[in-house]
Structures are given as C-alpha cells and as structure tokens.
Design a protein around this ligand. Sequence first.
Ligand code: PGA
Length: 251
Amino acid sequence: MRGWMVAGNWKMNNMVSEAVNLSKSVKEGTEGIKGGEVVLSPPFTALHAVYETIKGSHVTLAAQNMFYEEKGAYTGEVSAAMIKDIGCTYVIIGHSERRKYFGETDEWVNLKAKKSLAVGLKPIICVGETDDERGKGVTEFVVGIQVKKALNGIDNMGNIVIAYEPVWAIGTGKNATPAEAEDVHRFIRNILGDMYGDACKNVKILYGGSVTHQNISDLIEMEDIDGALVGGASLKSEEFVGIIRKVSEKR
Ligand code: PGA
C-alpha cells in the first residue's frame, strides 16, 4: 500500500500572517482525512510559524530547497540539518524553477538528496521535461537521466518521494492528460524497479503541473499517480482542501 500524498508548494508567496492563516485552514479543512499525507511547503521565512500552527496534527512540513554542505561560509544558504531542526519532514529538491533560474544541476540534486537523507529529511525529488523536449519525443530519455542521476549512489528508496512535473505544465494552466502523466509515472516506476527491485514498491510518485480540484479527479484514477505537488492551487485553502478531499476519496 503506497498511500497518497498531496503537497502544497507555495513558492515565493505568503507573508507570515498569511501563511499562518492558510496552514490553519488547510489543517482544519482536512481533519480526519485518512490513508495519506498532507504536506505544506512555505517559504523559509514562514517555516517556523507554519510549524507552530500544524505541529501535532496530521499536516507535515516541507522546505522548498536546501544546500548540500553541512555548514560554513555559504551566504544565503540553508542546510539540511537546519531544515530538519525547524520541524520539516520533507524537502523539495530539483524543482524545475530551481533548475531554470538558479542553475541547479542533476549532480546538485543528487548531493542534496543524499544530504537530506543523511540528516533524516525525506526528499521530494522533482523531474520533468520541457515543452521542447516533449516536442522532440525525448521525454523518457530526459526524465530517465534525471531520475538515475538524482538517485546515483542512494541505495535505500524508503524515504524518497518522486514528483513528475512536466515543465510545460507548471503554472501554465496546461496540465498533462491523465494518460500522458501515467505513461511517464509508469516509466519512472519501471526505472525504480530496475534499480531497486521490490524495495521501491512503496515509493510515491506525485504529479505536478497546473493541478486543480477539477483535473485531479481523473489524474488520481491512474494506477501510478499517488498524489500531487500543487503550486498555484495550494495558495487558496478551499481549492487545496478540495484537491486533498478528492485524492483521499479515490485512493
Ligand atoms: P502549479 O505548480 O501547480 O502552479 O503548476 C506546480 C509546481 O511547480 O510544483
């Protein structure tokens, strides 16, 4: 039983007071929900306040990024241990916005994934092809390399979540069809099977890219889609709670 997960990636949004209000209403709106995990990923500045709001509840916390070094002269960076210390269970790694705007490479994604696991944080590793790559028919080639490089040298998948987020679907309102998403999810699951055998059968693979409470119903019907990483729609509590409810009903 893999269970489900819905994670809200708030990106660079929400002041502390807004973050507290939003996390409170998500917590209250999803009380009693079973069989899965609700995760919130506020910006660094709101992690502490959101942690205080959700602690002891069914909602858990994720950071949106981390640096792979332990400590020292890395101005502006935050370590895995710091993120764990502030109350995070998860950390998002390799989001396409980080790859695009901050030059994050597959090698960095791998170093970050290893470091997060070393301190007991669970990485949500993001992969996905661009519009151009899909147009050229190299989606599997690109995603395959991203997955294999991210997991290089990692021998236990137990604490890892993968998020398949086609870059062309992020923030565009143009989501992948359930069949398109399922094809890539199955492809990723097969790669994991080749690398880890039965040991990866509980790994969750989330879909991300313009998820709404309307399109989630059909996506979550797919066998290899275990939930969603939600950006824009996670900023409105009613919408986000609606997504979580639909996922929990169908899984
Ligand atoms: P979106 O973002 O739902 O706004 O498309 C998803 C993500 O970037 O994780």
